[in-house]
Design a protein around this ligand. Structure first.
Ligand code: HEM
Length: 173
């Protein structure tokens, strides 16, 4: 079986952790922009926060999610952990794929409207319904990424399927 050597494993793990950290950082930034957009002290600041959300958020978030996924796949396939051998890896894989799909399918289509809402705030024609659900993406993503981080460190729950016992042990029971 193909395995990562020590240096390649370390390099991949570093990129993996940096990508995960960047992803969490972008989520925190999104949360801050959403709060400033909703509760900011003046209209210009609120407008800028929504315009920044509309313009800058989706692609950096998706790229860090995909880098995290790609390096996670390499680490799983290239080490003893496997991809579907241990629950903690399998659950992280599902979380990572679901979050990337949510960025593409749920977050991205609404972002041009959020930028437009920011500009319309200054002209008084903005429809608040456009941004009413914006708190959910950073809340869901940060929760899932926090769970993934805890799983990475604690590595709980053991193997997905118990290893088969040797023949002679089975015949004793
Ligand atoms: C969902 C986002 C993810 C986050 C926040 C994350 C975070 C981390 C962190 C912090 C570590 C270092 C743990 C340590 O060294 O003690 C780690 C290691 C690891 N991750 Fe991820 N990860 C994510 C996604 C994935 C995915 C999708 C996979 C596999 C499909 C994966 C597979 C692994 C493996 C196998 C290691 C252990 C590498 C080793 O010890 O050589 N991760 N992850």
């Amino acid at each position: 079986m193909w395995k990562l050597n020590r240096r390649a494993r370390q390099a991949t793990l570093i990129v993996h952790i940096v990508a995960a950290g960047a992803w969490i950082g972008i989520d925190v930034l999104v949360a801050v922009l959403v709060v400033v957009g909703r509760f900011g002290s003046d209209l210009e600041t609120r407008s800028l926060a929504y315009q920044a959300l509309g313009a800058f958020v989706v692609w950096p978030m998706l790229v860090s999610g995909l880098v995290c996924l790609a390096t996670g796949l390499l680490l799983g396939l290239g080490t003893k952990w496997g991809l579907i051998r241990y629950w903690w890896v399998l659950v992280k894989l599902v979380l990572n794929v679901v979050l990337c799909l949510l960025i593409l399918e749920a977050l991205r289509p609404g972002m041009p409207g959020v930028g437009r809402y920011g500009r319309e705030l200054l002209t008084g024609t903005a429809d608040p319904a456009v941004v009413s659900d914006l708190v959910f993406p950073p809340a869901v993503s940060l929760t899932a990424l926090a769970i993934a981080t805890v799983l990475s460190v604690a590595k709980p729950w053991g193997r997905v399927r118990r290893a088969a016992r040797p023949q002679h042990e089975r015949s004793l029971t």
